[in-house]
Write a protein that binds this ligand. Structure first.
Ligand code: PGA
Length: 249
């Protein structure tokens, strides 16, 4: 059975003191939903965050990783380094990584394989740009992003992938896909998975929505049958807002 998941992507926000303060606030929140809760601090704060949250229900995850095991890749962080500080889930393919750091489907394939080889679960992000939606190409774009980076995997490996559909035009813009647009795309994604694999595999995969999810719209988005949770940016930086979203299930 697929799980409900709410993951907070803190992006390049919060130094160590601010991270500690946000974690303290998170620990004061009450969870009333059954969602799995995750937060993704920046690399320098992963170790401290893991220690601070290890007795809680909040999982600490990473925002990115390199595909190589180690070596001459200045400024990069490997899967085994993440594991060594307790991280077991990584976000890959976020649209900001694709847009500002030229991450391609080919590179992401290597990252996905490296994460899975190290028993790290992947939250794989993808989504169309505004021009794709305006030209009615959004399904084609999304299908190719998933096909190129994931469809070489066996069905069993797919169990360690969480999908995050994030239309680029809705990230950080305040503009959200309507709950119907989200549901239509999530249903299309699940059907695409069923065509490639089978119904059982497709139904077992959590598909999150991301892009300006807020306490005011989370409930309606999460109520859609193929939406299994959210990847939250801006609203994850305030503990009360984040838990209002966590508890929107
Ligand atoms: P946002 O970011 O919630 O600030 O739109 C979402 C994301 O980038 O995952």
């Amino acid at each position: 059975m697929r799980k409900n998941i709410v993951a907070g992507n803190w992006k390049m926000n919060n130094d160590l003191a601010q991270t500690n303060a946000l974690i303290a606030d998170l620990k004061n929140q009450e969870q009333t939903s059954n969602a799995e809760v995750m937060v993704a601090p920046t690399f320098t704060n992963l170790h401290q965050s893991f220690n601070a949250l290890k007795d809680s229900k909040v999982e600490v995850i990473a925002q990115n990783m390199h595909f190589a095991e180690n070596g001459a890749y200045t400024g990069e962080v490997s899967a085994s380094m993440l594991k060594s500080v307790g991280v077991e889930t990584v976000i890959l393919g976020h649209s900001e990584r694709r847009a500002y750091f030229n991450e391609t489907d080919e590179l992401l394939t290597k990252k996905v394989d490296a994460a899975l080889a190290n028993n790290i679960r992947v939250i794989f992000c993808f989504g169309e740009e505004l021009a794709d939606r305006k030209s009615n190409n959004h399904e084609t774009v999304v299908k190719s992003q998933i096909t190129n980076a994931l469809f070489h995997l066996e069905a069993s490996a797919l169990q360690n992938i969480v999908l995050a559909y994030e239309p680029v035009w809705a990230i950080g813009t305040g503009e959200t896909a309507s709950p119907e647009q989200a549901q239509d795309m999530h249903k299309y994604i699940r059907q695409t998975l069923a065509n490639k694999y089978d119904e059982k595999t497709a139904n077992g995969i959590s598909i999150l929505y991301g892009g300006s999810v807020k306490p005011t719209n989370a409930k309606e988005i999460f109520s859609k049958p193929d939406v299994d949770g959210g990847l939250i940016g801006g609203a994850a930086l305030k503990a009360e807002d984040f838990y209002a979203i966590v508890n929107a299930f």
